[in-house]
Structures are given as structure tokens and as C-alpha cells.
Design a protein around this ligand. Structure first.
Ligand code: PMP
Length: 312
């Protein structure tokens, strides 16, 4: 079931009631999915009585790169967007975990139109994707990951997601929870909305950013946490389909997915078919950092409610 609707969105400079946040049917945004977006999570910290946005600056940076790629002009600076985010979270009075999107879209007709660019932020209350101790049963999709020479797959353009949509629908019709897509070279790329990691013989492996994958923020976060917290250097290398079948552990990661165990692939159990120990440990390190129950990496958390005093 989709999460409950929020009361307000932030749209083009102001808070707007959900039902009034509309785009015309004739715009490139509606017609060709001419938009770029970021998926961002907010974590509520009960002890601190504050909410934290995770790695906001990195999301703004990738959003700007997506716009550059799509030849949009960038309509806001990061400081404006940070304020807009505070407005929409506070405006909805979210004092729990939330997930949402920062979207830029072309508000004009035509395939090659590039302006005006509209922007909105929509957030909803949302907890974890799967319950603790659970995970996903996946298939290798027969849909091939779109290649970087066809559409800029390393960035987040809405139109890219038709590829993942087809793969996800096929996977669920066939009785799986989620697809794993191979790239046009036949190597593992990623999930429809998540990066892929596997563990084999004690080594943690993930495809390189040249494998037709999104340049995921969670992926680089986990690579750093694996090193700092567990002394493990993640190998970025091409992964073949059958390597996945004999993996000891596998998981998806992403802002939305956080760390979600993969329990089987094409009905081959991954390891013993339960979330593996390395997967479970990195998940705990990740959750501590995003929620701020550790002091480590405070630079990755943007407080929403706390008044930030700037002294001259
Ligand atoms: N790959 C795809 C296709 C995605 O949509 C996402 C979610 N944004 C990810 C990977 C993970 O990226 P991030 O860690 O930046 O959320």
C-alpha cells in the first residue's frame, strides 16, 4: 500500500496543498517525462527531538548534474533548497521517518523545450521497505539495463525509470519481489531503484560506475562504512550472472532501500536463504549514521528542526 498522502508540497517557492500541486497535461514533463529528481530520506531522532536529511549536499550536487545533462537551467542554489526542505517537513509537521522527492521538470510543451523549469518537493511518512530479518526474492530480468550511450543512466532522469518499471512489473507478474538488471555487456548492473552488492568468500563486491548504474549516494556511503567500521575494502568489479547464483550474501542499497537483503535469485537461495551476517552488520552501521544515534559523520546529516545559529 502506498504511504499516506502529505498535506503540503513545496512547489515553485511556496507550500501548496496536495490537491493544488498540478502540472498541465501538455507539458514536456507530463508528455515525455522531461524531469530529473532525487529520492531523499529524513530520519527522526527521538533523543535529539530532531529530523535529519541524509547527505543532502550530495543529493543537490547530483540533481544539478542531472539538470546539466538534460540541459535545464538550475533554478535554485543549495541554500534555497535546504530552506524549502525545512519548510515542507515542518509544514507537514513530520516528526517521524519520511521519504520524498526533489523534482525539476520542464513546464512547457515540446520535445526540446528546456524552460521554464519548475521545482517541487514531496515527502511522505515512511518506514523501512522490508521488516527486519526479511528480504527480497529476486530474478535476473530479461529486460536489459538501458545503456549510458542511450540515456544518461548515471543520473536520475524520470524517463530512465521506464526501464526499471518494465523490469519490476515483469518480476512481480512472475512471482518475484524485484528484478536485478544486467547491462548490455551481460554483467550485473543494479535493481530498478537500488544498487547491488554481493559477498563471496569474505569479499564484498559491487559493480563499477561504468557498468550502466546510477552513481548512488548510498553505495559510496556503504563503501566508506565498510572500510571504517568493518575494515573491509569493497571491490568494484564486473559481476557475472552466475557469480550471483553462488554468492554467500547479496543486498540492494539506496536511499529508499537502505540495506535490503536479497534472499534468493532465480530461486537459487543466496547463502542459506536468510539475511547474511555482513549484510546485517553493515545495515546497523548505516542506520546509526543516518539517524544520528552515533556522533560519527555528523557532516552527512542536515538537521531540520534545530535552529542553526550563525555567528558573525
Ligand atoms: N539505482 C537506481 C536505479 C536508483 O533509482 C537508486 C535510488 N536513487 C539507486 C540506485 C540508489 O541510489 P541512492 O543511493 O543515491 O539513493
Amino acid at each position: 500500500m502506498p504511504p499516506a498522502l502529505p498535506q503540503y508540497l513545496w512547489m515553485n517557492g511556496q507550500l501548496v496543498p496536495y490537491q493544488n500541486a498540478t502540472i498541465h497535461v501538455s507539458t514536456a514533463a507530463a508528455f515525455y517525462a522531461t524531469n530529473v529528481f532525487e529520492g531523499i530520506r529524513i530520519y527522526w531522532n527521538d533523543d535529539k527531538q530532531d529530523a535529519y536529511a541524509f547527505r543532502l549536499q550530495e543529493h543537490f550536487m547530483r540533481w544539478s548534474e542531472s539538470m546539466k545533462m538534460m540541459r535545464f537551467s538550475v533554478p535554485y542554489v543549495p541554500a534555497d533548497l535546504e530552506e524549502a526542505l525545512r519548510e515542507v517537513i515542518k509544514g507537514n509537521n513530520f516528526k517521524e521517518d519520511a521519504h520524498g522527492y526533489l523534482v525539476a521538470y520542464v513546464d512547457a510543451e515540446g520535445l526540446t523545450s528546456t524552460e521554464p523549469v519548475g521545482v517541487y518537493l514531496i515527502f511522505r511518512r515512511r518506514g523501512r521497505l522490508t521488516d527486519d530479518g526479511k528480504g527480497m526474492h529476486c530474478c535476473i530480468s530479461s529486460w536489459v539495463r538501458t545503456s549510458d550511450n542511450a540515456i544518461p543512466i548515471r543520473l536520475k532522469c524520470g524517463a530512465n525509470y521506464q526501464n526499471g518499471r518494465l523490469a519490476s512489473l515483469q518480476a512481480t507478474v512472475d512471482g518475484y519481489d524485484a528484478p536485478i538488471l544486467l547491462n548490455s555487456q551481460g554483467h550485473v548492473a543494479e535493481g530498478s531503484g537500488a544498487s547491488f552488492f554481493m559477498v563471496r568468500k569474505g569479499e564484498v563486491i559491487t559493480p563499477p560506475t561504468t557498468a550502466d548504474i546510477l552513481e548512488s549516494i548510498t553505495r559510496v556511503t556503504l563503501m566508506q562504512l565498510f572500510k571504517e567500521e568493518m575494515g573491509l575494502t569493497v571491490k568494484e568489479q564486473e559481476i557475472d550472472r552466475t557469480q550471483v547464483y553462488v554468492a554467500d550474501e547479496a543486498f540492494f542499497c539506496g536511499s529508499g532501500y537502505e540495506v535490503t537483503p536479497i534472499l534468493s535469485v532465480d530461486r537459487f537461495p543466496v547463502g542459506n536463504g536468510q539475511p547474511g551476517p555482513i549484510t546485517q552488520e553493515i545495515l546497523q552501521h548505516y542506520l546509526r549514521v543516518v539517524r544520528g544515534t552515533t556522533d560519527k559523520h555528523a557532516e552527512w546529516r542536515t538537521p531540520i528542526y534545530q535552529k542553526v545559529l550563525v555567528t558573525a
